[in-house]
Design a protein around this ligand. Structure first.
Ligand SMILES: *Cc1c(COP(=O)(O)O)cnc(C)c1O
Length: 395
């Protein structure tokens, strides 16, 4: 019962935002653009901290680095997962304390580590000996944590094998970290983005507990378990409420760590940012490929290169709203405006749009506050990067 209510709620956030609707109706701005409501980000942040008690929240900046959003989260007490000097500068200039930044990219240039260290960042991740040696040299004495390889089964935007190392390697690297004068504090992992299955955290938590026990035998006492991101947003299909994830993670921690409960951290990106945004696009062309086939192709003024990169493999399936909703619909292939043939959004997914949809009509793409502006190209075919407007600024 509780789950059904949660699902309804998640679906409503994206669709029924009065302020965003008012903004969209208030003016004829040039499309495409994204409008984000900062109040929704605050709501999502509170929902997370309500579900995850005594857990440090590191917002993954890459999900949406809009400065007002960063400022808002900093004011709410969020910490930040950053991946580059530019993200560090952004967080610092929007009021975050360097002590609240975690350099969570396992692949860092030596100069960038030094840059972070010089600005007061003292928390870094690694997943290899070579990276650990860079950290020892350029961020001496810093707190470091080791990222474990994690399976991405169940995730709609998987992270595969690029990040993390095997548990036995993590054990020797964490011991080595101490010997190199660093401060080994814990372990992290990421179960894949838009992870629909709350039980997918359990295997990594079990591995982490094993790593904690094994390094303790070498006199290294870890305290931090960083469970990464992956918490899903509701797109076409509703998702389980965030409490289901918090409960699954907390009970896994209890099961595998027993009385030696570590300090928990999470790194949500999508969960905080996705529901803040609606992307307004316009229909450029509606056409058919032959007189025999009445399947319509609908070309929008945004596509794979304008910010909708997560439609790759039709992985993320956004909900669409038009002013003609309620009228009879038919199946469509949806594509972007560029001269690249991979610029097709949905061909296999069964999208339907109103039959009398025509060029100039708006198509609003819901739940687009995360992983859109950051993926938008700087000018493929001369199309400008995706513009963002912010509303609901309380600062
Ligand atoms: C991108 C990223 C996240 C955020 O993942 P979501 O699925 O958006 O929650 C968290 N941690 C790290 C290290 C990341 O790279």
């Amino acid at each position: 019962m509780a789950m059904t209510n949660g699902k309804t709620l998640v679906t409503m956030i994206a669709a029924g935002n009065r302020e965003i609707q008012d903004f969209l109706e208030s003016d004829q701005r040039e499309t495409p653009y994204l409008v984000i409501d900062l109040k929704v980000a605050a709501q999502q942040f509170r929902r997370l901290t309500g579900a995850f008690r005594e857990t440090t929240v590191f917002y993954a900046v890459k999900a949406n680095p809009q400065p007002q959003l960063i400022r808002q989260l900093a004011q709410l007490g969020s910490s930040f997962d950053v991946a580059s000097p530019a993200e560090i500068d952004l967080c610092l200039s929007e009021g975050a304390d360097p002590g609240r930044l975690s350099y969570g990219n396992t692949i860092k240039k030596a100069a960038d580590i030094r840059y972070a260290y010089d600005r007061g960042v003292r928390m870094f991740v690694f997943d290899s000996e070579a990276e650990l040696r860079k950290l020892a040299e350029h961020a001496p004495g810093s707190a470091v944590f080791c990222r474990l390889l994690a399976g991405s089964a169940g995730a709609q935007w998987p992270l595969s094998r690029k990040f993390g190392c095997a548990p036995d390697m993590a054990v020797s690297l964490l011991v080595q970290a101490r010997d190199l004068g660093l401060r080994p504090v814990g372990v992290s992992f990421h179960v894949g983005s838009q992870q629909l299955d709350p039980t997918r955290w359990d295997p990594s938590i079990a591995q982490a507990a094993q790593v904690f026990r094994e390094v303790a035998e070498h006199g290294v006492h870890l305290t931090l378990l960083n469970c990464g991101g992956g918490f899903p947003a509701g797109y076409q299909d509703p998702v389980e409420p965030i409490d289901a994830y918090a409960d699954a993670i907390n009970s896994a921690v209890e099961r595998h760590f027993g009385p030696y409960r570590p300090t928990l951290a999470i790194e949500p990106g999508r969960f905080i940012a996705a529901d803040t945004g609606v992307l307004r696009a316009q229909v450029v062309l509606v056409s058919q490929k032959s007189y025999e086939d009445d399947h319509r192709w609908v070309y929008l003024d945004i596509g794979r290169f304008g910010g909708l990169a997560e439609t790759e493999g039709e992985a993320i399936q956004y909900r669409l709203v038009t002013a003609r909703d309620g009228e009879p619909t038919g199946p469509v292939v949806l594509a972007g405006p560029t001269c690249d043939s991979v610029d097709i959004l949905y061909e296999k997914a069964p999208y339907r749009l109103p039959l009398d949809l025509e060029p100039g009509d708006y198509v609003d793409i819901l739940g687009t506050g995360a992983y859109t502006t950051t993926y938008s190209s700087v000018g493929f075919n001369g199309f400008a990067p995706l513009a963002t407007f912010c509303i609901g600024d309380s600062a």
